[in-house]
Design a protein around this ligand. Structure first.
Ligand SMILES: Nc1ncnc2c1ncn2[C@@H]1O[C@H](COP(=O)(O)OP(=O)(O)OP(=O)(O)O)[C@@H](O)[C@H]1O
Ligand code: SF4
Ligand SMILES: [Mg+2]
Length: 327
């Protein structure tokens, strides 16, 4: 990639205070880049920190959570250094998100058109007479006929509700869109249509997209780069062809060994024996060590650091530190 990154996440760490008073280190030193117009896949098992990454970048974490360190450079400006008022000006207009499970969060007593219109007016984008025209434009962009504008969410199928959520996220013409598992809970045909829509919009608007998914096939199909997360850390990161053809982290290798697996339900990650670490009781050393088929003594004592492998490919594993140091 020759362009300057639109988004540079650098050493981002966030934590939750859990109900029993312990601290869960949900993100630890997470770094990755997103270039203009690029689609980046964010993958990893449930609870590995994908949603927390997006919410940290958007500064929309719940009150029980906080960002403890790092930088989120958007066009060179650190979003974490902005006042809340400046962040509000940037959120939705520069970076927008389709939240996980959002299609079920539409207000049941308002028409879809009213809800999109409200999103436009809330951000002071235009006066109310122009807003209705903009609603129709947005609906058209996501493939919903204007005649459906005044219908209620229950009159929409799941796929149409997800399209409406995408329209809402695009209301302020952001340059970066986060889509948190936008196809989960939809049937296979509709999943494909939503992915097609995201690709179409991405090209049409020159959008950069960060797509959270459990489906490695989807990443192979639509993403340029992939960030593989494990236990709140980035295990491996790089261009999709590079990571898929030459996975270097044992966790990614295990995930890809089982891919494609026709016996596995679509949309689920391969099952690796063992369970992910509890983030409020982390093991010393590498977080993957208890499940890693290649672990050795050092792995249980010392955490690996990210190693550059060339062509934008990085992975955090002691085995690579040795190999790279030997070169
Ligand atoms: N509301 C919360 N209270 C306490 N801890 C939380 C909360 N939400 C998340 N966490 C912690 O942060 C970790 C990361 O959660 P996150 O929702 O980011 O995972 P995820 O990768 O998006 O998972 P999924 O695939 O299930 O959506 C969890 O394992 C948990 O320890
Ligand atoms: S550092 Fe050790 S435990 Fe961690 S992934 Fe590499 S080999 Fe496995
Ligand atoms: Mg999530």
């Amino acid at each position: 990639m020759t362009s300057l990154p639109l988004l540079r996440v650098r050493n981002l760490s966030s934590e939750f205070v859990t109900t029993d008073g312990t601290v869960a280190r949900a993100l630890d030193d997470v770094s990755f880049d997103v270039h203009p117009g690029q689609t980046v896949g964010l993958v990893g098992e449930s609870g590995c920190g994908k949603t927390t990454t997006l919410l940290s970048i958007m500064r929309l974490l719940p009150v029980s959570a906080r960002i403890t360190s790092g930088q989120v450079l958007f066009n060179g400006t650190d979003l974490l250094g902005l006042s809340e008022a400046d962040m509000r000006r940037c959120r939705w207009k520069e970076l927008a998100i389709v939240f996980q499970g959002a299609m079920n969060a539409l207000n049941p007593v308002m028409t879809v058109g009213e809800q999109i219109r409200e999103a436009i007016l809330l951000h002071d984008l235009m006066d109310s007479s122009h807003a209705t025209r903009r609603v129709d434009e947005l609906l058209d962009m996501v493939g919903i006929a204007a005649s459906r504008r005044d219908q209620y969410p229950h009159q929409y199928s799941g796929g149409m509700r997800q399209r409406a959520m995408i329209a809402m996220a695009l209301a302020c013409q952001p340059s970066l869109l986060f889509a948190d598992e936008p196809t989960t809970a939809l049937d296979v045909m509709v999943q494909a249509q939503i992915l097609e829509l995201l690709q179409k919009i991405q090209k049409l608007l020159g959008l950069a997209v960060v797509l959270v998914t459990h489906d490695l096939g989807v990443v192979a199909e639509v993403c340029d780069a992939v960030v593989v997360m494990y236990g709140g850390k980035v295990a491996e990161n790089g261009p999709v062809d590079e990571v898929y053809n030459h996975p270097r982290h044992p966790y990614t290798q295990r995930l890809l060994e089982a891919f494609p697996d026709l016996n596995r339900p679509a949309g689920s990650l391969a099952t690796i024996p063992g369970t992910p670490p509890r983030l409020n009781a982390l093991p010393p050393g590498c977080r993957f060590a208890p499940r890693c088929h290649k672990a050795f003594d050092r792995c249980h004592i010392e955490a690996p650091v990210e190693t550059g492998l060339g062509r934008g490919h990085t992975a955090a594993c002691h085995l690579l530190e040795k190999t790279e140091a030997a070169k």
